[in-house]
Design a protein around this ligand. Structure first.
Ligand code: AMP
Ligand code: MN
Ligand code: MN
Ligand code: MN
Length: 290
């Protein structure tokens, strides 16, 4: 295992725990380098950074920006940027601005099925009112007995073609990369296996992302299979991308990995995180099975 986690969420976006508790949990599991990467918002970083400093855990700033690329929604993780950068902050505010209206349209789609109180009910799950997301709708629909878990809610109601899904324009890919790089950070393509792109479209994306200044892809992700990791490890080396690793932790019991540790990168992959290590990593063993 590698004691690095460069992708996880707090209740500043669609995670369940506050930023300080995410950091404590990752540290308790043996993490040695952590980035908090909430969707479209960096306001969890000061508390996370302070908590990491108290624990002696190496910490870097992170964010996961929602992007529209043609008809596809992509997630771009930014790492190691200045979280006071005005252009980055304005860009993220512009991405968040569309979420309230989108939530109203999602609720309207679901209420046509006879559900009631969907917007108010889902809003109660969003600690940060600017960051209402499909995950909060999913938690509400589980609570109200519509489905047994959030995964089933997505499948039945919240993915493209289903009644609670609405098309939405997120940030443009080159803007997201420019905001991250303009603030001194590194742009990483998150969980590349998740986008259901054919080989040719994926190739075009990887070429465009690199031309626009993207430097890394997530090879190890909580949402990747072992085969995905092997595949994207090869792809990263073919294209000359640095490699990142993150659990994409959101909440215990919702199917995502616990935060803090990741599988090792495939041999030959160049880790994106070397530049941020002030102390070398110490090898860790996998957590005990029980
Ligand atoms: P949004 O930004 O509002 O579109 O919400 C996207 C979030 O929903 C992702 O970051 C995941 O946390 C979650 N999500 C997306 N697809 C699924 C799925 N199939 N099952 C569970 N959670 C999902
Ligand atoms: Mn999420
Ligand atoms: Mn994502
Ligand atoms: Mn994520």
């Amino acid at each position: 295992m590698t004691p690095v986690d460069l992708h996880c969420h707090s209740n500043i976006s669609d995670g369940l725990l506050p930023p300080d508790e995410v950091v404590r949990k990752a540290h308790a599991r043996g993490c040695q380098l952590l980035a908090l990467t909430d969707h479209d918002d960096v306001r969890g970083l000061p508390l996370a950074r302070q908590t990491a400093a108290e624990l002696g855990l190496q910490f870097i700033n992170g964010v996961e920006i929602s992007v529209s690329w043609g008809k596809h929604t992509l997630h771009i993780v930014g790492l190691g940027f200045d979280d006071q950068n005005p252009e980055l902050l304005a860009g993220l505010a512009s991405v968040r601005a569309g979420r309230a209206e989108r939530a109203e349209r999602m609720a309207a789609g679901l209420e046509k099925l006879g559900m009631t109180g969907v917007l108010e009910g889902s809003q109660k799950f969003a600690t940060n009112p600017e960051m209402i997301s499909r995950t909060h709708f999913a938690r509400f629909l589980v609570e109200s007995g519509r489905c047994k878990d959030t995964k089933s809610v997505f499948k039945k109601y919240l993915v493209r073609g289903k009644p609670g899904y609405v098309e939405h324009e997120w940030a443009r890919l080159h803007d997201a990369i420019d905001w991250i790089r303009g603030a001194g950070g590194v742009a990483v393509l998150a969980h590349p296996s998740r986008y259901d792109l054919g080989n040719e479209t994926l190739r075009v994306l990887l070429i465009e992302f690199q031309r626009m200044g993207g430097e890394a892809i997530e090879v190890v992700s909580g949402t990747h299979s072992i085969a995905d990791t092997a595949r994207f490890g090869r792809i990263a080396q073919d294209f000359g991308y640095l490699c990142s690793s993150g659990t994409d932790y959101h909440a215990t019991g919702e199917g995502s990995r616990e935060p803090g540790l990741n599988a090792n990168l495939p041999i030959g992959c160049m880790p994106v995180w070397e530049r941020w290590l002030s102390t070398p990593l110490v090898d860790v063993l996998p957590p005990k099975l029980n």
